[in-house]
Design a protein around this ligand. Structure first.
Ligand SMILES: Cc1cc2nc3c(=O)[nH]c(=O)nc-3n(C[C@H](O)[C@H](O)[C@H](O)COP(=O)(O)OP(=O)(O)OC[C@H]3O[C@@H](n4cnc5c(N)ncnc54)[C@H](O)[C@@H]3O)c2cc1C
Length: 421
């Protein structure tokens, strides 16, 4: 059965606020509304069903650039980095500003896409760990979308065991020379700059000899090869680095002390993935159930209720973490918790979408069918990207619950002496 968009009710979110907001917040909300109504794209009928995996490289690139261009628009009008310090191009607003901005933006189709994801990962990391020179050089162009970033962490032999990475960085005068291979690097084929982990001291245990570097992706010696997935799109790439030269001062944190900022990135990433955002999947599932006449089915309603509750919890947890991180404080609980929860929710939503739509969703080229297929195919990806659910559960067990650590045979051994295949 072809699925008709005309049957889908309008579900534009009703912005929160009103009587509970201070005069300052009411005025801020009004100015956000005025800006968005002038500059943001109105949400179209198909927007909520849009999927971001494109089989066509040109379309994927256009989608990436679309996100960058919205980031630029935000910056041009003073709406980028709302709570960041003004000296780096941010707005210096209180933490509620981002919540209000997100609520008002939800009824529009414009968003920064992957550019926004890397800003959320790297921005607070630079604020917390980078020298004032690095912050001044990189934060303003990052916030304005002029420099779009990718994460160069994972390697063929270092994913869950990220600290075992083998890409080498050797200091030669006032430059690092980097050789190695990275993999699964989202949007690396479109990014201008990368944040990179490399082994700078092999003579000490693995976590103590890593340096966190910022690299221009157009540097000689970098080769980016997009990896084509089963669905035809190439979300990520392999990145080969051969004799890549990086100025010595493009370091975040201490030389050999890159594991600290790397953990901050991973924590920000888990919080970003876990917080959800955008149009809630439960809205789409409700529409799908209505289209297929299942909205009155108590079993479907129960599953929808579970999804809605989890989404709300994730959003609240995400807000608490984001506001702590922005204020330079320790998150009130381990961000791994939100990511584990989000991964579990995604499995529930993917399974429900598949059952509601049935086999009809596997054929046809309509927006709703495409959305269902993406939900089904991608339902496990967030339990891998940004650290697998198993590893996040290990982190929670050790860091939050104080359970005994996993045996680590290589914890105190120099990296160069650890047996590897
Ligand atoms: C959508 C997506 C986007 C990504 N984007 C990026 C990116 O932009 N940049 C980047 O650098 N990387 C990226 N990655 C890579 C991602 O970080 C790794 O895939 C992830 O850390 C897992 O590493 P791995 O694939 O090497 O799996 P492995 O580490 O080989 O794990 C294989 C299996 O073993 C399990 N396992 C491993 N160790 C343990 C343990 N100690 N206890 C219990 N189980 C364990 C894992 O849970 C998993 O099930 C992305 C991945 C995905 C799916």
């Amino acid at each position: 059965m072809p699925l008709s968009l005309a049957l889908v009710p309008d579900r534009s979110p009703i912005p929160a606020g009103g009587a509970t907001e201070s005069p300052e917040q009411v005025a801020f909300r009004a100015s956000v509304r005025a800006f968005l109504s002038e500059h943001a794209e109105p949400r179209t009928e198909t927007d909520p069903w849009q999927v971001s995996g494109f089989p066509d490289e040109a379309e994927a690139s256009a989608y990436f650039e679309h996100g960058r261009s919205w980031q630029r628009t935000l910056a041009d009008h003073g709406w980028a980095g709302l709570c960041w310090p003004t000296e780096y191009g941010g707005g210096g607003h209180p933490e509620w500003a981002e919540r209000i901005f997100a609520e008002e933006s939800a009824s529009y189709g414009s968003g920064p896409g992957f550019v926004g994801a890397t800003i959320a990962m790297l921005g607070p990391t630079l604020l917390a760990h980078a020298s004032s020179g690095v912050r001044a050089q990189f934060l303003p162009p990052m916030i304005s979308g002029q420099m779009a970033w990718c994460q160069l962490f994972s390697e063929p032999g270092a994913g869950s065991d990220l600290a075992g990475l083998a890409t080498r960085a050797v200091l030669d005068g006032d430059e690092w020379v980097v050789d190695g291979q990275k993999v699964w690097n989202s949007c690396a084929q479109f990014a201008d700059w990368g944040f990179l982990l490399a082994r700078s001291d092999p003579d000490v245990p693995k976590r103590r000899g890593i340096t966190f570097l910022l690299v221009d992706m157009s540097s000689p010696g970098i080769e980016v090869r997009p990896l084509v997935q089963a669905n035809g799109s190439a979300h990520f790439s392999e990145v080969f680095l051969s004799g890549v030269r990086i100025p010595a001062d493009q370091v975040v944190g201490e030389v050999h002390g890159g594991w600290g900022p790397a953990r901050t990135v991973l924590s920000n990433e888990a919080a970003f993935i876990g917080r959800g955002g955008g149009a809630p999947t439960s809205d789409r599932l409700r529409d799908l159930a209505a289209l297929h006449g299942s909205l009155g089915d108590p079993r479907v309603r129960q599953r929808l209720a579970a999804v809605i509750s989890r989404e709300k919890l994730q959003a609240l947890m995400g807000q608490r973490i984001q506001s702590a991180v922005r204020n330079g404080c320790k998150p009130p609980f381990d961000p791994a918790l939100t990511k584990v929860m989000a991964a579990g929710t995604r499995v529930l939503t993917g399974n429900l979408a598949a059952e509601l739509a049935g086999p009809a969703a596997l054929v046809g080229d309509d927006p709703i069918g495409n959305w269902v297929r993406a939900e089904v195919i991608n339902r496990f990806s967030i339990s891998i990207g940004g650290g697998t659910t198993e590893v996040q559960k290990n982190n929670l067990a050790e860091r939050s619950l104080g359970l005994p650590r996993e045996p680590g045979i290589d914890r105190d051994t120099a990296w160069k002496d650890v047996p590897r295949s």
